[in-house]
Write a protein that binds this ligand. Structure first.
Ligand code: ATP
Ligand code: MG
Length: 425
């Protein structure tokens, strides 16, 4: 029989790393709380149609990255309605689905966040996995540029608090409105068609399926051709232009530097007006650590009533890439998971269990560990290795006197105290 291992592209996060993840997550949630955003918890599986319609048929995600699920009954692969289900490749579509389904916009402009696993069937490599974690944030109901700027400012605050702000760069662009993009697409397709033979294969295909995506082709020859291509900014109307300027004004006021990247189109269909990415030069080709933008049409698409849409803006931050970046530029020190280690001789081990239980009861914030009732020597070894600040030693004498011996692990000093004294500061 062969040994069973994890599936390619699916990672375990081991105890030394989970401590670091929790430290980062707590910084992120602190910032989210500081901006008054509320958590929403969403299912990991949705109807395939939600992504096909919401994310868009001609996107990388829907074209080639969706993870199907064998749904309903494992043996038949079917549920009662024979619908197709998909593991969520991103969170915005599901979040908007929940907002619409529960009417959260009635009389409110919800500001929401979620954190959790996303699934994409892509080629696993450093910073690119088949299961990965995103922090997603969606601000729904405001068409105004302050909403876009608020989200960008919040991401900047996160990077500052994590001590990595100097290693990320904000890129900004505007995609204008759908009707402006249609006019632009016509001009772009005309130009690309005239230079069709010079384009890379992917770009040739995209000329008819999703011409804007040609702009972010990595192919050098394609990029050379694009130098002479029409620019989307020349097709924008006053309203789109002003919106973009105002977003930039807010960022200037807040002291957040950015670079305008006219080739930034983002991979998802639902965006309009502002799009942004935070990129780093520390992670090779997996350079984007966060991406987002405005998606004023998505609520209507999910409702099935495009004319009843509601404006919205959001972003998604990839946590694995964030952790890799932290590891590279501002590593979090390994920390102990224990404050007090309780050891006892076998004859009084029961008393020690009771003592540890009381300590945990009276001092709920204290992390109290015990080894199993093996020899005192082997328990002491574990206490030494644990990184605990104090070791409490309980033997026959201590129990007889209702005391414990407390060893300060930093100084090596040992002192006796009452068994009911739980003060460890
Ligand atoms: P990329 O261009 O790197 O494929 P993307 O445009 O597909 O990214 P989004 O859909 O915008 O990414 O997702 C937002 C963030 O989620 C990315 O910036 C990245 O940090 C992270 N991310 C996306 N796909 C993966 C993946 N397969 N593995 C790890 N992180 C990912
Ligand atoms: Mg991708």
């Amino acid at each position: 029989m062969s040994k069973l291992t994890a599936i390619r592209g699916f990672n375990d996060i081991l105890p030394t790393d989970t401590a670091k993840w929790r430290a980062v997550e707590s910084v992120l949630t602190q910032v989210l709380d500081g901006y008054g955003f509320s958590q929403i918890r969403l299912p990991m599986v949705e109807e395939t149609d939600l992504f096909a319609r919401g994310v868009g048929e001609a996107t990388d995600i829907v074209e080639k990255e969706m993870f199907g699920v064998v749904h309903g009954n494992q043996n038949t692969g079917k549920d009662e309605n024979e619908k197709s289900f998909t593991l969520r490749p991103e969170g915005t579509a599901g979040c908007v689905r929940a907002v619409v389904e529960h009417n959260l916009t009635r009389g409110d402009t919800p500001k929401l966040w979620y954190m959790g696993a996303m699934f994409r069937y892509e080629r696993p490599q450093k910073g690119r996995y088949r299961q990965f974690t995103q922090l997603g944030v969606e601000s729904i109901g405001s068409p105004l540029p302050d909403a876009d700027a608020e989200l960008i400012a919040m991401t900047a605050m996160m990077y500052k608090r994590l001590g990595i702000f100097d290693h990320v760069m904000l890129q900004l662009n505007t995609l204008g409105e759908a009707h402006e993009r249609i006019a632009y697409k016509t001009a772009l397709v005309e130009y690309l068609t005239a230079h069709f033979d010079g384009l890379d294969d992917d770009s040739q295909r995209r000329v008819s399926t999703n011409p804007l995506r040609v702009l972010d082709s990595k192919d050098e020859q394609t990029q050379a051709i694009l130098l002479g291509a029409p620019k989307l900014s020349d097709f924008l109307g006053d309203e789109s232009r002003l919106h973009f300027e105002q977003v930039q004004n807010y960022l200037h006021t807040l002291g957040i530097d950015f670079e305008i990247n006219e080739k930034l189109v983002r991979g998802l269909d639902y965006y309009n007006k502002t799009v942004f990415e935070w990129v780093t030069d520390k992670l090779g080709s997996q350079a984007t650590v966060c991406g987002g933008g405005r998606y004023d049409g998505l609520v209507g698409i999910v409702k099935g009533k495009p004319e009843q849409s509601e404006p919205a803006v959001g972003f998604a931050m990839g946590l694995e890439r964030l952790m890799l970046l932290m590891e590279t530029v501002n590593p979090i020190a390994d920390t102990a998971d224990c404050d007090v280690f309780v050891v006892a001789s076998e004859s009084v081990y029961m008393n020690a269990v009771l003592y540890a239980n009381e300590l945990r009861t009276y001092r709920p914030n204290m992390r109290v560990k015990m080894a199993s009732a093996t020899s005192l020597k082997s328990q002491m070894k574990k206490a030494d290795k644990s990184g605990a600040k104090f070791t409490v030693i309980i033997g026959d004498d201590e129990v007889a006197n209702q005391t414990v011996s407390v060893k300060n692990m930093a100084t090596g000093e040992q002192a006796s105290r009452a068994m009911t004294d739980f003060d460890f500061e």
